[in-house]
Design a protein around this ligand. Structure first.
Ligand SMILES: [Zn+2]
Length: 276
């Protein structure tokens, strides 16, 4: 494997920290304890891409003291207290995206017919390795420009919303609601979506009204469909210690709007979209 970035390659197992590969002294909840307490998630289940359910308490990863304490401990405090910046939530989303994608390497695609793991089916090349580089932006030895590197959309709700979490691997994105606020985060798009006027107009309109969960979910669904329409090249340099985007993204190919896909995504998110 290439190693210009100085990030060590390692075989993931139960003894190695899922972030840095050092010996893991502890097991960490991928979804932190404060989050599980606040939204009563211990026995709640998350549907993973093989359509089976795993409880939040079972989503545990091996982690070393340094990553767990120094790096993510601080970040968790900031987010638990509701004082996070867009960079903070983006770093946090990277951890969840990477951790959940990594877990998919170990879960069977079809439990009745073991052999293929979820990761074998979903990932085409090796997006996990790329995600790991992005994850290192969290540790501080890594700088990224822009920061956050991906598009972060925050929603402030007037009324407390229920907890909700969606992770879509193909678009490297996460949608989460944390009671009074919610986020739609595309961790690796190089802020492509934030450069799109139509997307920003839509977002600004939502911010000016009394948005609820379904508004955020619909915005998320539209953006996933939107990203599917384009083949984009993001000129990026990843070197030791940096991820830098050079100029704007280049659109290589544009496909027409796919309303069926949008309707499917909405259905997947739990509501029906009817074109007006
Ligand atoms: Zn570590």
């Amino acid at each position: 494997m290439h190693n210009i970035t100085g990030i060590k390659n390692f075989e993931f197992n139960k003894e190695t920290c899922f972030i840095c590969g050092r010996y893991a002294e502890s097991r960490e909840h991928l979804f932190p304890k404060w989050l599980q307490h606040r939204f009563n998630l211990w026995d709640e289940k998350l549907i993973i891409p093989n359509k089976t359910a795993i409880s939040y308490r079972q989503l545990i990863v091996p982690c070393c003291k340094k990553c767990n304490g120094e790096v993510f401990g601080q970040l968790e405090k900031v987010i638990a207290s509701g004082t996070e910046s867009e960079s903070d939530i983006w770093r946090w989303a990277n951890k969840l995206h990477f951790g959940l994608t990594l877990k998919d390497k170990f879960f069977d695609w079809d439990r009745k017919n073991p052999g293929y793991k979820i990761g074998d089916i979903i990932s085409s090349s090796d997006p996990l390795e790329q995600s790991r580089h992005f994850l290192h932006a969290v540790s501080g030895d890594f700088k990224c420009n822009p920061d956050p590197f991906g598009s972060v959309f925050r929603f402030d709700f007037k009324k407390e919303q229920e907890y909700n979490f969606i992770h879509i691997i193909n678009s490297s994105s996460i949608c989460i609601s944390l009671g009074n606020r919610g986020y739609v985060i595309f961790v690796r798009d190089g802020q492509f979506l934030k450069e799109c006027e139509g997307v920003m107009d839509d977002y600004k309109e939502l911010q000016s009204k009394d948005s609820e969960m379904v508004d955020m979910l619909f915005f998320y669904a539209k953006n996933i469909e939107y990203l599917e329409r384009f083949t984009i090249t993001n000129p990026v340099i990843i070197t030791k210690g940096q991820i830098i985007k050079l100029g704007r993204a280049t659109i290589r190919e544009e496909r027409p709007e796919n309303k069926e896909l949008l309707a499917e995504i909405c259905k997947h998110f739990g509501f029906t979209w009817v074109e007006k």
